[in-house]
Design a binder for this molecule. Structure first.
Ligand SMILES: Cc1cc2nc3c(=O)[nH]c(=O)nc-3n(C[C@H](O)[C@H](O)[C@H](O)COP(=O)(O)OP(=O)(O)OC[C@H]3O[C@@H](n4cnc5c(N)ncnc54)[C@H](O)[C@@H]3O)c2cc1C
Length: 479
């Protein structure tokens, strides 16, 4: 596996080296995911001297394009641009003549006994069920309870013979729950609310960077796409874990940022873009003086979900082309699975990513994903193959490549994306409050916050993260 972003970032570092003699900067950006890269590059374009400190050895954060044997690219983090209308990321692709493509998958719903669910029934049910996620009943309730009620009554009315099979209905609901979790980021569809503040952008929701890889977005922002020269006033330091941010309350003093390796930098202000999961774990040691209580309440109140991918690469595709294979268990088969392998029964299905037709991505969420991360790669790979064989009802070829994500155990992410919990409707200002800057006695912003979780309406996405990076850069530029 190659860390593409490490290569990219070195280009930018080399280009910025000429200005990096001093340790004082206009702005320090902590973290180079989508929001940090957007903030740093927007400021650098405006001529500001910017230092970006990234804890990992690559740029991208929760976007991670990796290369598998045979130069196939796969996305271990964000996969698609969700929506085209007014999308900052879609627009960046268009402006740079990068043709992103709509990923269109057929669906086949397989059963654990080797059967297949009637395709017309499934299509109708999914077309009914998925839009329910966007409905907003007058009284907020757990999304799962709301969807279960509506789906059951729909099936009862239209498909009485399917409805009579109680085990099937129960297992189908588990399957739809898993699909919802993978969209929302929840552990269980009853953990999230019907009253979401998320606003869906118009246009197609599954626009893929396919063979370009999502990494191209970062090349575009950093001006390194097609061997671009980078941005001269941007200095990038990788493997620089920030451990302390000392921010002044008077208008004269500087912000002091210290790293785990003992290095120290000063700036007029700092933009913090680490995930809300990292903030939950570290805010108490990271900020001096400590964050005000309303900020801490926001950090604690915004949940960060976990979605992980298991990617298997094969010499040849053995599955129907361009197809999502959904897994609906039979209750008795699920029960027979040994306790230590039960996590495999909560993998919702598998599909080829658009970037690589020889690969299959298996999706897992919540506590099951966290558990999967604790298992060895050998076990995850072997159990994934077993699962595919069970549902495909055949022996499958040995994978020639394997990679899985570990977004929860990664100390620099601690999760995948934020969502709206059951308590969110009664605390609508958590995200705006997290986004508000800490100011000094003269009212100047000294510590600013960006990142997907700070976006009040486009959280959980790359475009939402980019918007927040730009928002904070523009705040500093007085725009
Ligand atoms: C599996 C998965 C699938 C997804 N699918 C999609 C999708 O299809 N479409 C979509 O739009 N979005 C998707 N997302 C969500 C999207 O990836 C995120 O919302 C977005 O990338 C978050 O960007 P960010 O800048 O807010 O945070 P991050 O990407 O987390 O960036 C923060 C950066 O800070 C760094 N950092 C952390 N701590 C420190 C420290 N102490 N010092 C220095 N640096 C530090 C981190 O290493 C990281 O690089 C997906 C995410 C995952 C995990």
């Amino acid at each position: 596996m190659e860390a593409w972003f490490a290569v990219l970032a070195l280009v930018a570092i080399a280009d910025a080296a000429s200005i990096s003699g001093s340790t004082h900067f206009d702005t320090i950006v902590v973290g180079l995911g989508a929001s940090g890269t957007a903030a740093a590059t927007e400021l650098a374009h405006a001529g500001k001297r910017v230092l970006a400190l990234e804890a990992q050895g690559r740029v991208g954060g929760r976007v991670n394009t990796v290369s598998l044997p045979g130069d196939s690219l796969v996305e271990m983090g964000a996969e698609w641009i969700h929506g085209q209308d007014s999308s900052v990321t879609y627009q960046l692709a268009l402006d740079n003549n990068v043709t992103v493509l709509r990923q269109e998958l057929n669906t086949i719903t397989l059963r654990s006994d080797g059967g297949v669910v009637d395709a017309a029934f499934m299509e109708d049910i999914m077309n009914f069920a998925m839009p329910l996620m966007e409905e907003d009943p007058a009284t907020p309730e757990p999304l799962g309870a709301f969807m279960t009620r509506r789906i059951k009554s729909y099936i009862k009315e239209r498909y009485p013979s399917f409805y009579a099979d109680e085990d099937f209905i129960q297992q189908l609901l588990v399957f739809i729950d898993l699909i919802v979790d993978s969209h929302v980021g929840s552990n269980n569809w009853n953990d999230s609310t019907t009253h979401t503040q998320y606003v869906t952008l118009g246009g197609n929701q599954e626009m893929s960077w396919h063979v370009y890889g999502y990494k191209t977005l970062f090349e575009i922002m950093m001006n390194t796409y097609k061997n671009g020269p980078g941005l001269p006033s941007l200095t990038i330091e990788l493997n620089k874990e920030v451990t302390s941010i000392q921010w002044p309350q008077d208008s004269e003093s500087k912000v002091v940022v210290r790293c785990k390796d003992g290095s120290e930098y000063t700036s007029d202000n700092v933009i913090v873009t680490v995930s809300v999961g990292v903030l939950k774990e570290r805010h108490a040691s990271l900020f001096s003086p400590a964050l005000p209580q309303d900020k801490v309440d926001s950090i604690n109140g915004i949940p960060l979900g976990v979605v992980d991918k298991i990617v298997l690469l094969f010499a040849e595709p053995w599955w129907p082309k361009d197809t999502f294979m959904g897994f609906v268990w039979k209750g008795e088969d699920r029960e027979k699975v040994p306790e230590e392998d039960k996590w495999t029964t909560m993998i919702l299905g598998a599909n080829p990513p658009m970037s690589c037709e020889r690969a299959l991505t298996l999706w897992t969420c919540g506590e099951v994903a966290k558990h999967m991360e604790t298992l060895s790669e050998e076990v995850v790979k072997a159990k994934s193959v077993e699962l595919l064989e069970k549902f495909a009802n055949r022996t499958i070829p040995k994978p020639v490549g394997f990679v899985r994500s570990t977004w929860y155990s990664n100390p620099y992410t601690r999760g995948s994306y934020s969502f709206d919990s059951l308590t969110s409707p009664s605390h609508p200002s958590l995200r705006p409050s997290l986004a508000s800057p800490l100011t000094d006695s003269a009212g100047k912003p000294r510590v600013l916050f960006a990142g997907e979780a700070t976006n009040p309406i486009h959280y959980s996405t790359v475009h939402g993260a980019v918007e927040t990076g730009r928002r904070e850069a523009r705040r500093l530029l007085g725009q």
